[in-house]
Design a protein. Structure first.
Length: 167
């Protein structure tokens, strides 16, 4: 019986798997054709998380979001090598910042202080919020499917229409 091709699912929610620790980038992080789809989980587990980042200004954050978007788009395009890494906002303080509508799928906010941060309609699929302080944050309409929320403090947060499936 000939080998059957497995379909490649380019649904970003299926491609992202949160990582807690940085992983070294390598040439074998490139996505492969459908005939090698069975290797996809191994390659995706090697997608690097950037080193922890410092955010002092909105300009710093905008650059991080822009680089994260380049990474995100390369993950979705099977003909391109995966470039960059997931945004690593581990232990940063973004309290009160407006991040409504941003795409930070797969980013790590582990241990971050996000008190009163506005994440309305943000795409935070598979993001890592373990040990993050999200008190009073606004998450209305956010996509948080498969996000890690262990030990996150969500007291007094607004969470209408939040997608928390498999979180």
């Amino acid at each position: 019986m000939p080998d059957e091709e497995l379909p490649v699912d380019n649904d970003p929610e299926q491609l992202l798997t949160p990582e807690a620790e940085p992983v070294a980038a390598s040439d074998d992080c490139a996505k492969t054709p459908a005939s090698e789809a069975e290797e996809k989980p191994d390659k995706l587990s090697k997608i690097p998380v950037s080193l922890p980042m410092t955010v002092n200004t909105r300009e710093d954050l905008d650059k991080i979001i822009e680089r994260h978007q380049v990474w995100y788009e390369s993950v979705l395009n099977p003909s391109k090598k995966i470039v960059g890494g997931r945004a690593n906002l581990k232990n940063v303080d973004l309290s009160g910042w407006d991040l409504s509508g941003v795409n930070l799928s797969g980013a790590t906010f582990e241990g971050a202080t996000l008190i009163g941060t506005n994440f309305s309609k943000a795409n935070l699929t598979a993001a890592n919020f373990s040990h993050a302080d999200l008190q009073g944050s606004v998450l209305n309409g956010a996509k948080m499917k498969r996000s890690i929320l262990s030990h996150a403090d969500l007291r007094e947060s607004e969470m209408e229409d939040v997608d928390l499936r498999a979180a």
